[in-house]
Design a protein around this ligand. Structure first.
Ligand SMILES: Nc1ncnc2c1ncn2[C@@H]1O[C@H](COP(=O)(O)OP(=O)(O)OP(=O)(O)O)[C@@H](O)[C@H]1O
Ligand SMILES: [Mg+2]
Length: 299
């Protein structure tokens, strides 16, 4: 089964899509079979960033049952033979409030995509859909810029994702009705109290789940002056959420990135010697080390 990596952020426009397409290409070049899946239901544009301006099929075809399996939707890109893309849907309204059964079909069918790695570009924000898509992964990448509002939004996003992860664990164990998960919780403590009342060992297993929740941070558009205090963010998460955060890497502010976007080519291809491309190459290398080994091939 493929290793799923989800890429999300609290705030929009911080660079999720450019990070996703570039990491997808870097990993494809390193020999992995990669599928880039655009699950940004609000404004899917990853296909444009890889030069596929008019995709013949999109996620809409899957959601409308014109194509039954996501794997059949994954289109090979001329950028690299190891790279395929599942273009997102342009149906903003229809899918932003995706019904539960449709969402579950999508999440289930993900497991049948034939690839070593699936990189999922998730829409910004903390809607249940974005949180659930984020949480279906094996590795969680969170993108932020050094802008204080971006960091604050990222903290909120990670906190809500952690809460949702704990709640869905209890729904799956059939000890909590689903209506509890769709309420808004303001703090992790509130949720721990709730699960403590629901199930005898609830609090302890919820705390274990929180500790195991370890997203990886990518800082984008870093300049000499503006640096996020990663330690501070880490401390906040440890104290109020219980999880940990590690830094995968930093990408500098770089005009080559914008030029590459305008040329519809990932920056690692468009300007390989630019500082942003070099940072993304290093990040891809680190990510490769984190991935689980591919399943052993049957002889
Ligand atoms: N390191 C960088 N240096 C300079 N410009 C950048 C950098 N990273 C991203 N950008 C610019 O920011 C724009 C937005 O990036 P991107 O589309 O990846 O954000 P996003 O988080 O996916 O946005 P959305 O939330 O709308 O999906 C890019 O088109 C690019 O011009
Ligand atoms: Mg995007």
């Amino acid at each position: 089964m493929a290793c799923v990596i989800s890429v999300a952020s609290g705030k929009g426009g911080v660079g999720k899509s450019v990070v996703s397409v570039n990491l997808a290409l870097v990993l494809a070049r390193k020999g992995k079979q990669v599928v880039l899946a655009d699950l940004d239901v609000g404004g899917a544009d990853a296909h444009v960033l890889v030069g596929l301006l008019n995709p013949p099929f999109t996620l809409t075809d899957f959601l409308n049952h014109r194509i039954e399996h996501l794997d059949d939707l994954a289109q090979r890109l001329s950028l690299h033979p190891n790279l395929r893309i599942i273009p997102g849907t342009g149906d903003t309204l229809a899918t932003a409030n995706m019904a539960y059964s449709r969402k579950m079909r999508l999440i289930r069918d993900f497991q049948d995509i034939r690839a070593d790695v699936i990189i999922v570009d998730i829409g910004a924000g903390t809607g249940y859909l974005a949180l659930d898509f984020f949480l279906m992964a094996d590795h969680y990448l969170a993108v932020a810029t050094p802008d204080p509002t971006s960091v604050l939004d990222l903290y909120r996003f990670i906190k809500l994702a952690a809460i949702r992860r704990v709640l869905s664990m209890f729904v799956m164990r059939d000890v909590m009705p689903e209506r509890f998960t769709n309420r808004d919780y303001s703090s992790v403590e509130e949720v721990l109290e709730l699960v403590g009342k629901t199930d005898e060992s609830g609090r302890a297993s919820a705390e274990n789940t929180l500790r195991a929740f370890q997203p990886t941070l990518i800082l984008n558009r870093v300049t000499g002056r503006a640096r996020v205090n990663v330690l501070q963010l880490r401390k906040l998460l440890k104290e109020y959420v219980g999880g940990d955060l590690t830094l995968l890497g930093e990408i500098p502010e770089d005009p080559a990135m914008e030029q590459a976007v305008r040329a519809y080519v990932p920056v690692v291809q468009y300007a390989p010697s630019s500082p942003a491309a070099a940072a993304l190459e290093r990040m891809g290398e680190t990510l490769l080390q984190l991935l689980k080994p591919p399943p052993t091939q049957a002889a």
